[in-house]
Ligand binder design. Structure first.
Ligand code: ATP
Length: 503
């Protein structure tokens, strides 16, 4: 699985999807650039989300708020004081880690151990294996489970607050070693704020410290009344936004899974107080349907309900996707109560209450949030789409089985040879179809090689222009996944393809 992931990362680079930032200067940690194909895929993901939110819901509208915001906003939201990760260094490797992640990895190890015992027993007992009974009776499983549960309980308690000394004690007691140096030479745990800051203005009496937003949500909160009034929105209603967010993540790993500059697609849904726990499951279901509509298979998704809730939330869940390195969070759905709006009322001194014309009451709405990372979504799609197929002739083809609507290029048009008027005919076809969807012209190398190149970037359709085309007005249409070919009329191409590739 690790190998597959490495292959996906290098595929992303080789085919113009994702490049390390500032590569000729040896890169910049956890920052990446999207290449010519990556940007198309990313734009399509954003379109797919944006349309699902704003076009399909008459009570959801979008905004685009600035990255810079008044610094008091981050005081009010709690980010200045509490948007921290517990950090620990290993003295030998000089590497820095998140203490909570080290402990979570340790919990996962116990889980793996239990799982292995169960698998071994399943093999031993065959059909007569009763997993539930085995879990209750096996001494080895019981012991591992007890250790795991104790660790989990200690960890959950230490994260309340959090209690930094208790976190360190867990790392010492569990004898967790640095994966690089293999030693247990740990420093104390300390808090590290994840927000980037910079200076705004250059007046003589000082400039103002401002932050790069760590989430797009606050831009929605501080604008909610502007949108409600100017858009004559009635509760329940939502505001959607796509935009960059920045976090000074301590540990950068797993490629674009955890970046320091990334993009979020967030929607805040404003509801009447007391109805939020009715809306929460509705949004869970709606968001899961959106993911499943891509056709990657329900077995690759799961909910992870939070036991430990942030101080402002009264329900929270993650939608996790099965990446090559395990099930990982792609989207968070949170019932955020009226915490953010009431904090902004308190800190700004302005009333931002909603007047409900039905009940003649003013109140601070409660909020259900859906928050998904564009880059994580991108990664999950790449991981699922990447496929190495053995062909009948013994060759292997690498194909990205992207949903056609998300593919960077929808159609490649290829003249069989670079003469006899075939290139001109191919260009004529593109000139017509480029108004419908993204087309690419390719005349270099053999047809076989050209097909492979398009397979590798996930192009769902290729057409070949040959000598017969000039007489019968037909081309060979080739389908990416089945590699089947069909003779079709040029005049039918737009209608055959458009329907399949539109978002
Ligand atoms: P994690 O626990 O993985 O750090 P989080 O719970 O802090 O994530 P949220 O604050 O809920 O994440 O952010 C919502 C979404 O934004 C996440 O589900 C994820 O898709 C995305 N996201 C958050 N941090 C990053 C990051 N550093 N790089 C890429 N995407 C991110």
């Amino acid at each position: 699985q690790e190998d597959v992931f490495k292959k996906i990362v290098s595929h992303c680079k080789e085919y113009g999807f994702v490049f390390p930032s500032s590569e000729i200067y040896d890169g910049l940690g956890a920052v990446y650039d999207y290449g010519q194909n990556g940007v198309e895929l990313k734009n399509n993901i954003k379109q797919y989300w944006w349309k699902a939110m704003t076009m399909l819901h008459e009570n959801i509208v979008g905004i685009d708020s600035a990255i810079f915001m008044h610094p008091t906003i981050w005081k009010a939201s709690g980010h200045v004081d509490a948007f921290n990760d517990p950090l620990i260094d290993n003295r030998d490797s000089k590497k820095r880690y998140r203490a909570d992640v080290l402990i979570e990895d340790q919990i996962a190890k116990y889980d793996e151990k239990i799982q292995k015992e169960v698998e071994k027993a399943r093999k031993r007992f065959g059909d007569s294996f009763d997993e539930a009974k085995y879990m209750e009776t096996s001494e080895r499983v019981k012991e591992a489970k007890e250790k795991r549960d104790n660790l989990h309980a200690r960890y959950a308690a230490a994260m309340q607050g959090p209690d930094l000394e208790a976190l360190k004690q867990i790392i010492l007691d569990e004898e967790i070693v640095d994966p690089i140096s293999g030693t247990k030479n740990w420093t104390d745990v300390r808090q590290f704020n994840l927000m980037f800051s910079t200076e705004m203005g250059a007046s003589a009496d000082g400039s103002m410290k401002v932050y790069l937003r760590p989430e797009t949500a606050q831009g929605i909160f501080v604008n909610y009344l502007n949108v409600q009034k100017t858009g004559r929105m009635k509760i329940p209603f939502g505001i959607a936004q796509i935009g960059k967010a920045f976090r000074n993540e301590i540990v950068a790993r797993q490629f674009i899974f955890r970046m320091r500059e990334f993009e979020q697609m967030e929607m805040q849904f404003f509801v009447q107080p007391g109805t939020e726990l009715e809306w929460f499951p509705k949004w869970k279901e709606t968001r899961m349907k959106w993911h499943l509509a891509l056709g990657f298979g329900a077995e690759n998704y799961r909910f992870h309900d939070h036991e430990k809730l942030a101080h402002y939330a009264n329900a929270a869940t993650d939608i996790e996707f099965k990446m090559p390195f395990g099930f990982k969070e792609v989207e968070g759905i949170h019932s955020r109560t009226n915490f953010d709006l009431s904090q902004h009322e308190k800190f700004s001194g302005k009333s931002i209450k909603y007047f409900d014309p039905q009940t003649n009451e003013s109140y601070t709405p409660y909020v259900i949030e859906t928050s998904i990372g564009v880059d994580r979504m991108f990664l999950s799609i790449m991981c699922h789409a990447y496929c190495e197929e053995k062909l009948e002739n013994g060759e292997t083809r690498v194909v990205l089985k992207l949903p056609a609507a998300l593919a960077p290029v929808k159609l490649a048009v290829m003249p069989l040879v670079k003469k006899d008027g075939l290139p001109e005919k191919a260009r004529e076809i593109i000139n017509d179809l480029k108004f419908h969807f993204n087309c690419q012209y390719d005349e270099k190398d053999s047809i076989g090689k050209r097909y492979r190149r398009q397979d590798a970037i996930g192009t769902p359709y290729c057409v070949t222009v040959d000598h017969d085309t000039l007489n019968d007005g037909c081309v060979t249409l080739r389908f990416r996944d089945t590699m089947e070919q069909e003779r079709v009329k040029i005049s039918d191409l737009a209608s055959i393809i458009e329907d399949k590739v539109s978002i």
